[in-house]
Design a protein around this ligand. Structure first.
Ligand code: 9WN
Length: 413
């Protein structure tokens, strides 16, 4: 790509596969050795996408293995633990074994993450060399995907068609400044002062209320409608509709209706010239532009004026225009921006990849090419790091990060 010798791409592809092989446990892929030694939901969806063209069987197994942790409510937990050690908070905090709806034989967290899985299943179906194998996988995954989508409706705390996250961990973008205001509003004195004290306190509240959707909707003090979570849900509803008619022989209409409902609610509830997260407990938009605000761009049917405004914002000096290594996870000019701290500034391969898909569905070819080229430049220069400084490309967080490797494979084609 970009006039580089083919050998560079081949070597990068081999290095990416080597990371995924090293992080493969035999049934699924850990996000990174050492720091994340269990299975994470969103990470597995990205890994499945990255493997779809290269190894259909393993891509499918990644998702099916995640579904062994699915709860009877349909909830796909954000972590399925492989053992009891190595990550805090671990199984002894979550205590899923005490929850009647949790599976026996698997220890899991009690929260979820963005539901990218139906889209990942569709990606496998679309890109697999072995169509029969891919179709068998889709039919096996289908009941789990249907249950997951039904569960998300039970998380509509605002009553307008969007799922509300009950914890920053559910967003997949845990340190994002979009959660600062809702976290600041938690009952002081009961939950500690630091953000991470508050994360822990919130998780304990969820546990002590049995992770019940009715508690999440009605009482839990953190309830936020996030444009990225819901943009991904919408994308997956479209994927469900396609899988229903192309593979499963089911009725696509309920999923088409769900996609339309989410689209309408995103525009009614979260759009104000850009998409913002809505803090349901304070009933107001959180006035900071983050990478999460571009999630609804993934929808092929978002109105043209919305896509034009989002593209202008993305290309402006608030985001890509001033970053040597886009896309920063927070608006560069915001006071909350921090170039080195996780979701408060650094560029991530996952969100770059999602935006490259958004650009593709809207025919924004130049934007797509720029995103692909700059994303590959990041990993070529810095390796498969967790995230990157958006100004000089320095890698941050852990090394040999699975979704950085997997999505590189996809970008290499
Ligand atoms: C909490 C595993 C996960 C990702 C998230 C990322 C980070 C965990 C953490 O790592 O979250 O779930 O310990 O900070 O924010 O997107 O799924 O890679």
């Amino acid at each position: 790509m970009e006039g580089r010798p083919a050998v560079d791409d081949a070597a990068l592809g081999r290095a990416a596969l080597a990371v995924l092989d090293a992080n493969w446990t035999g049934t699924s892929t850990v996000p990174a050795p050492g720091i994340y030694p269990h299975q994470w939901s969103l990470d597995s969806a990205f890994v499945a996408i990255g493997l779809a063209r290269r190894d259909t069987a393993r891509a499918g197994q990644e998702l099916l293995s995640l579904f062994t942790g699915q709860w009877r409510t349909g909830m796909v937990p954000h972590i399925v633990f492989h053992h009891s050690d190595g990550y805090f908070p671990g199984p002894s905090m979550w205590r899923s074994e005490e929850v009647p709806d949790a599976p026996r034989g698997a220890l899991t967290s009690g929260l979820t993450q963005p539901p990218l899985h139906a889209y990942a299943a569709w990606w496998i179906w679309r890109h697999a060399a072995d169509r029969e194998l891919a179709a068998r996988f889709v039919r096996r995954a289908w009941p789990s995907l249907v249950a997951q989508h039904a569960y998300l409706r039970s998380r509509d705390a605002g009553g307008h068609g969007l799922a509300a996250i009950a914890h920053p961990w559910e967003s997949g973008m845990d340190d994002s400044p979009a959660w600062d205001a809702p976290l600041a509003n938690l009952p002081a004195g009961r939950c500690g002062t630091g953000y991470h004290d508050r994360y822990f306190w919130l998780a304990v509240q969820c546990r002590d209320h049995g992770y019940a959707p009715s508690y999440f909707r009605e009482e839990h003090p953190f309830a936020v409608e996030d444009p990225m979570f819901n943009g991904i849900w919408l994308l997956s509803c479209d994927a469900m509709a396609r899988l229903a008619s192309e593979v499963v022989g089911a009725d696509p209409e309920p999923f088409q209706e769900a996609a339309a409902r989410i689209r309408g609610a995103l525009l009614d509830r979260l759009w104000n010239g850009a998409f913002y997260a809505r803090d349901l407990r304070a009933d107001r938009l959180v006035p900071v532009c983050t990478i999460g605000g571009f999630g609804p761009m993934l929808d092929p049917e978002m109105p043209h004026h919305v896509i034009a405004a989002l593209t202008a914002l993305l290309e402006s000096t608030k985001f890509m225009g001033a970053a040597g290594y886009p896309v920063p996870s927070c608006e560069i000019r915001a006071p909350e921006f921090d170039r080195a701290q996780y979701w408060r500034g650094p560029s991530w391969i996952s969100t770059n990849w999602l935006l490259s898909q958004a650009a593709a569905v809207h025919g924004l070819d130049r934007l797509r090419e720029l995103l692909v080229a700059s994303t590959l430049r990041l990993v070529r220069q810095g390796g498969f790091r967790e995230c990157f400084d958006p100004f000089d490309g320095t890698g941050h967080g852990c090394r040999d990060f699975s979704w950085s490797a997997a999505l590189t494979l996809d970008l290499l084609g």
